[in-house]
Structures are given as C-alpha cells and as structure tokens.
Ligand binder design. Sequence first.
Ligand code: NAD
Ligand code: ZN
Length: 341
Amino acid sequence: MKVLVKAKAEVGLWQEDRPVPEIGPEDVLIKVKKTGICGTDIHIWNWDEWAARTVPVGLVTGHEFAGEIVAKGAQVQGLEIGQRCSGEGHLIGKLSRQSRAGKFHLDPATRGIGVNEPGAFAEYLRLPAFNVVPLPDSIDDEIGAILDPLGNAVHTALSFDLVGEDVLITGAGPIGIMAGAVARHVGARHVVITDVNPARLALAAEVADVTPVNVAQEDLRDVMARLKIVQGFDVGMEMSGNQQALDQMVEALVMGGRIAMLGIPPGKSPVDWSRIVFKAITIKGVYGREIFETWYKMIAMLENGLDVRKVITHRFKAGDFTTGFETMRSGLSGKVVLDWS
Ligand code: NAD
Ligand code: ZN
C-alpha cells in the first residue's frame, strides 16, 4: 500500500510502499478515504525540535482520517465490515487510575497514531476497535476526516458554559475558527476571534458568525466598546500558542473569567501570574478530545446544524501531498484534505 513516511531526519515526508498492516483480535483494518493535514503534521514535516524528539524516523504519519472497515479481528463486537468510520487517534492504556475511572482522555500512557504509532496517511490503517467512531450517513468522508481537530474545538468550547456569554478566541487557525462556530451554535452572545493573519480572519468570518479582529491593526478595547462588552469577556479560548495573545486575553477578561487553553506555547513562556490571581481567573488546560463524550457531542451538533465545511479550503489527491503541505505551510489555508480513494 502507498503511505507517507517520515523517512529521513530532515524537512519533508516521503511516499513509500509498505505491506498492508496485520490486525490483532481486537483491531479493525480501515480503508482510508480522506485525511486531514494537521498543524502537528506540519511540525513533523518541518522536523522541528519537538518532532525530532518525539517521532521515530520511518514512521507512517497522519492521524485525521475517515474511511471504511474492511476487516475485523475475531474479538471485535458491534462493528461490521463496510461500516464508514472515523476514529480517535489517541491509543490509551487501560491500567491507569484515570482510565479505570472512565476518564480515558487523561490516561498518561496515551500514544498517538501518526506521532508514536503507524498513522493514517496510508491506504489502510490498523486501529483498535475501541477507537473506532462510526459515521452516520449525514457526515461525509471529508467532514469525517476533520473530526479530530473539530473535536479539539468542541472539547475546548464545551469546557465552560457559553450560553449568553461573551467569548474571546485568540488564534483563527482551523481549530480557533471551528471553536467560534461551536460557541455560536451553543448560544454564546458575542464571539470575537483575533489573529494577525488577514486571510485567517477573513476565513473565520466566512465560516461562522463571529467578529474577526486583527490585533496587529485594531485595538481589542475599541471592538469591545463597539459590541458593548463593558466589563470584559466571560470566557476565553486560547488557540494560538502565542504569549502575547494569552496576555491580551487575561487583560480582556472579566474578574473571575475562565480560560480554556488549547494552544501550545513554545517552551517555557513568561506569564503574569499575579494578574491572573488578582483577576481570580480559572485556566483549564485542554488536551485532545474527551473519549468518547466529545465525539458524541460533535456528531450530535453536526446533525443539528453545526456547519464547519467552509473551513476546508483545499482538497488534493494523496499523491499531490507535497502541494497539500506547502498550502498548509503558507498560512493562507484553512483545513487541507487529501483524497486516498
Ligand atoms: P494554527 O497554527 O493553524 O493557528 C494559530 C493561529 O494563531 C494562526 O493563524 C496565527 O496567525 C495566530 N496567531 C499568532 N499570533 C497571534 C496573536 N498574537 N494573537 C492572535 N492570534 C495569533 O493552529 P491550529 O491548528 O488552529 O491549532 C491551534 C493551537 O492549538 C495550536 O497552538 C496547536 O499547537 C494547538 N493544538 C493543541 C492540541 C491539544 O490537544 N492541546 C491539539 C491540536 C492543536
Ligand atoms: Zn490533528
């Protein structure tokens, strides 16, 4: 089968032929139809410090996918061949206290497909049946292929009650934009989304009913005054990984405001902790998706009218992956989807 491999410890990915994976008694084999290119894949492509430390050379990459079950192990129950599916790419251990309490997303032994284990940039993917998420007919393969990042957005957005609240999202990457759509869907009053990239802000306004703000040009306080946000935003979602964005968020929040933090700052970043203490702000770190509550909620919301399709701006054949990665690296795209069929 054709796969995309981190074949060398340098910039890029390489297409190779590999044997179709063998499956164990509790696994399924998935014929991959569509995959999304993630920011994580860009780190792996760029072979930055994190990637070099984390990803073994020779690994099949990719973790955002939709496909169809074509084989199943002897112990697999409740899944049939032909079932369309996506799936959770975090392979969890079952021995930790957190897992045994049903908090699978907090298992410390988690390993990621396409990061630590063979991934989904491949014609076939082996996945534990436990990780499979069946897709209803109403969710097509390209939306199925972006459920992983949509799940990051949903997990973050549902961290705090947003009904009637004013929400600030810093970072209009694909996940920030989808979080904006989710926040509006669940009843936030104003959703302001900031970035310094005009293309991303324009896309945000196209995808969701949000107020885009270019913080390189506009003062956030002016926007707040215009929207009659008097005391500050009630909830913040940090989705840029940028230190200045977090500082700006802390300043723009009400006393007692809450921050859900998905963005990953580079290394150790300075934080004005006394400001956070005196404003009595709660910060929640958000990792991955709740397994499987986030998946349940996001599929329900998609079936109930949540529409994020426009965040997919580019579609390429898997063989044209180099163009796909260049598009994603340009910063001018939303989600880029590769077609493996
Ligand atoms: P992305 O890199 O595509 O988007 C980040 C955006 O932030 C960019 O558009 C960038 O221009 C913008 N930005 C830069 N400086 C800014 C500033 N000062 N103010 C406002 N915006 C600014 O990332 P993404 O794929 O949308 O992911 C969002 C973040 O979430 C990233 O930091 C990513 O590493 C992280 N992430 C975390 C998890 C997790 O499990 N915690 C999962 C996926 C992604
Ligand atoms: Zn991803």
